[in-house]
Structure formats: C-alpha cells, structure tokens
Design a protein around this ligand. Structure first.
Ligand code: C2O
Ligand code: CU
Ligand code: CU
Length: 472
C-alpha cells in the first residue's frame, strides 16, 4: 500500500508535473543531426537483420576540397575522407563487400578487431586485392571498442593518401553522446596535388612522413558542439601515418574511460591526451561554460624523435559550448567501468625481441628492423594456440616506436620500468626510445599468420615489421 507521500509523488510523475527520468536523460542529449557538420557519414546498412551490419566499401580516387579553394585528388573509401563510419553492436556480424578501384593492389585491415586470420587483410602472403577485383570480408565482432580500418599494402602511402575509417562497436553503456574523431593529416602541395608517398626519400622513411594539414574526420578545424553539463563520450583514433597527437582541452576536465580495446577498468583524469599512430582513446567530458563560447583545441608536437622540437602547436578542432547552467541530474561517472581479469602468467612462455636500427650495407643509409632483420629477411616467430606468452620488446633506437600486434589484445605489465596505472586491453603501445615494454598475451583459437610492427607506417614499410605464426 502506498503512503500518501509516495502516492502524491507517483501522481505528480504521471500527470506531467515534470519530466520522467527518461525524458530528463533525453533532454541531456543533443537533438538528432547535431553533429552532422562534424562527424563522418554513417555507412548504409544493406541488411535487414539487426544482428548484421552489411556494407559496401569501394576504394577509389576522388577529388575533394580539403584546403579551401584547392581541389585534391585523394584516395578514399566510398569517395570521402575518412571512409564511412561503421557502427555495430558487440556480437553482430560484419559483412563488407569490398571493391578495389584504385590503380594498385590493396587490402582492408581491421585494426584491433579479433578476426580470423584470413580476414585480417594483412597481405602477408600476397593476398592483396588487385585493381578491379572484389573481396568479401565477413566476421563476428567479438569485442566492443573503438577500432579502425585501413590498407595493409604500401600502407604508409595508401593511409597517407586518405584510406582509413572508423569501426565503432557499441558496448551498450550510456555514458553520454558518442562522438567519433578520426585524427589524421595529409600532405597537399601548393597546386593542390598530393605530396608523393615517398617524398624526401630515405629521410622520410626514417623520420616518418607527416602531412602538414591536420584533419579531424577529414575536416580542417571543424567545430564540435556541446552543451554545458551534457556529457560526451569521445572515441578518438589516431589514423595518421606517422604523426603523434598531443592535446588538452583548455578549461575542460578530461577523463579517460577507454583505450584500444574498449572501456578501461576505471576512469582516469588526464591533463592531456597523447596518442601514437594507430592508438585509440575514449574520453568522457562534461562540458563547462567557456568564456566567449568556444575554444580552439591545438595539437602540440610530441617530439617522439627527441630532437628538442620547437614546432608551434597546430589547430585541431574547435569546441563550442552553449548554455550556462551546469546540469546536475546526470549521475557522476561510475568508478568501476569494467572488470578486467589480469592474464595469468604463471606458466607463460617468454620471448624477447628488439626494435632495431641496422647500419646500411656498403656505406648506405641505415635501416630499421626487428631483431636486426630488415624487410627483405623478415623475422618469423612461432607460437601455439591456447598458450599465454610474456613479450619483452626492447626499443634499442633513439626514438619512439608505437608497437602494434595484429589479431590479439594484450595487457601491458610494464612500460619503461613502470606498471600501468589502470587495467586495459591494448593492441598498440608507444615504446619510448631506449625503453622496454613487457606485455602478456593469450592466443585464443584463431591460428594463422599475424603481423606485428611499428605503427609509424613509414617505419613498418622500411622493415620494422615481422610475423607471428600461431599454430593450431
Ligand atoms: Cu593498423 Cu598492421 O596495422
Ligand atoms: Cu592492426
Ligand atoms: Cu617506428
């Protein structure tokens, strides 16, 4: 039986004396289409089954105006930079009807996704898709998280020319308005043409080629709209071929809630975000009012080459905040986001490898490799399905390398002598110069050949790339 007080409360809720909790939540949300001027277009789903996302992707040249007044012929998925946003739920099946209409072979690699080896698009054994040919990618999305897709053939050039897109696999958590940010850069010459993929020769291979135009979702300094108190969940991907991004958002508190492989164990306040090529992060922000209503977020040079860079910061995007009253109805972010069981390493097999720089032959330029082996004699390692390993990856060079393993998530045990502050699943980790990364990985039942490499794609193509053969 309801007491009079409770009865009154129920009646007031029923008879429009205020919004229901659900309506309150909806009020928090931006209206439909609020981010159209910021986001990448959503891929069209050809399937009527709601457990399947079926899309068409075509790699082709397209002419876009990336810099005002300049027409640039770029390489695209479906005619845009970035490619369409693929959005699905964990457990869904993804079917991609892919056609290569580029002037050269390509593949699609699903960065961070636990696909069967045959769907990994790594082109390890000449499985590239020739011009005019098609391929059907089909796999189940086993994990939620912020993933991305890009070619794995001549990847430094192809990614640099515009071939990349985001794949967001929803975890069903309601943490705020989802915003996907694909960060990249592109090199455009005075006359509007693309800077060649191999510009500045060996020097470019060695230092990595950063385009001097920064793009967020293919746009130059786009504006992201926010409302005071209405939380946003930013899914950020570094899709640049070699550039690190480093930024803070002046006046706003940034809370990191996710990484490469979805939510991390608990939220971590961060003063700035540093993303190596290939890496992802999820940030939670609950906007507060900004003087003047908007602010330009700039990316600073991360100085990954330790040359004491003095490059000025560059504009990345503009945050526009409207409203002035903080919204208090939204609950604070949970202190536990996810339970991540540490990998049991008691019977782990250990392996050690080195990221190396080899002197050139006969006085030639030095080159990069793994365990001293260049691209022409790529290192091949063997492992067994069902086993757990602990890898020690030593960076013996004088600059940083983002280490990336295909096919399997790992847990960092130690980086530069320190244990990580929060438990999370990673597939790409920056290994600072002369430092060591230790991680644990378990090979689930997906045998095959998996690449691992530096995600500065110029370095990978130069030879800092190898193969892990996981045997059934
Ligand atoms: Cu983004 Cu071989 O990877
Ligand atoms: Cu990958
Ligand atoms: Cu590298």
């Amino acid at each position: 039986m309801l007491r009079p007080f409770a009865t009154a409360l129920v009646i007031s809720l029923l008879f429009a004396c205020g919004p229901t909790p659900k309506e309150k939540l909806a009020e928090q949300r931006q209206p439909k289409g609020w981010d159209d001027a910021f986001s990448a277009p959503l891929a069209e789903d050809l399937s009527s089954d709601d457990k399947t996302l079926e899309v068409r992707l075509e790699a082709k040249l397209a002419t876009l105006e990336l810099l005002p007044g300049k027409q640039t012929q770029v390489w695209t998925y479906n005619g845009g930079i970035p490619g369409p946003l693929l959005r699905a739920k964990r457990g869904d099946k993804l079917i991609v009807h892919f056609t290569n209409n580029l002037p050269e072979p390509t593949t699609i690699h699903w960065h961070g996704v636990r696909v069967p080896a045959a769907m990994d698009g790594a082109g390890a054994h000449g499985s590239a898709i020739a011009p005019g040919e098609s391929f059907r990618y089909e796999f189940e999305l086993l994990d939620s998280g912020t993933f991305w897709y890009h070619p794995h053939v001549r990847s430094s050039a192809q990614v640099g020319f515009g071939l990349y897109g985001a794949l967001l696999v929803d975890d069903g958590e309601d943490l705020g308005d989802d915003v996907v940010m694909v960060l990249s850069d592109i090199g455009i010459s005075e006359d509007g043409t693309l800077v060649p993929g191999d510009v500045s020769g060996w020097f470019g291979d060695y230092f990595g080629r950063a385009g001097d135009t920064l793009l967020v979702n293919g746009r130059l300094n786009p504006t992201i709209k926010a409302r005071v108190g209405a939380p946003q969940r930013w899914h950020i991907i570094n899709a640049a071929r070699s550039r690190y991004f480093l930024f803070n958002v002046p006046g706003q508190k940034l809370i990191r809630i996710g990484g490469d492989g979805g939510l991390i164990a608990h939220p971590v306040g961060v003063s700035e975000l540093r993303l190596a090529p290939g890496e992802r992060a999820e940030l939670f922000i609950r906007p507060v009012a900004i003087e003047g209503g908007s602010i330009i977020v700039q990316s600073r040079d991360a100085d990954a080459f330790h040359v004491g860079s003095t490059l000025p910061p560059e504009d990345l995007f503009t945050l526009e905040v409207t409203g002035d009253k903080p919204w208090t109805a939204f609950p604070p972010i949970a202190q536990t986001l996810r339970t991540i069981q540490p990998i049991d390493t008691t019977n782990a097999i250990t392996r050690t490898l080195e990221l190396t720089e080899q002197p050139g032959t006969a006085g030639g330029q030095p080159t990069l490799g793994i365990n001293g082996k260049p691209a022409s004699a790529m290192e091949m390692l063997h492992a067994q399905v069902g086993t757990t390993e602990v890898w020690t990856v030593r960076n013996t060079t004088d600059y940083d390398h983002p280490f990336h393993l295909h096919g399997f998530f790992f847990q960092v045990l130690e980086l530069g002598g320190k244990a990580p502050a929060v438990a999370e699943w990673k597939d790409t980790v920056n290994v600072p110069h002369q430092q060591t990364l230790r991680f644990a990985v378990t090979y689930d039942n997906r045998p095959g050949d998996w690449m691992f490499h530096c995600h500065i794609l110029d370095h990978a193509d130069l030879g800092m790339m190898a193969v892990l053969m996981v045997m059934p």
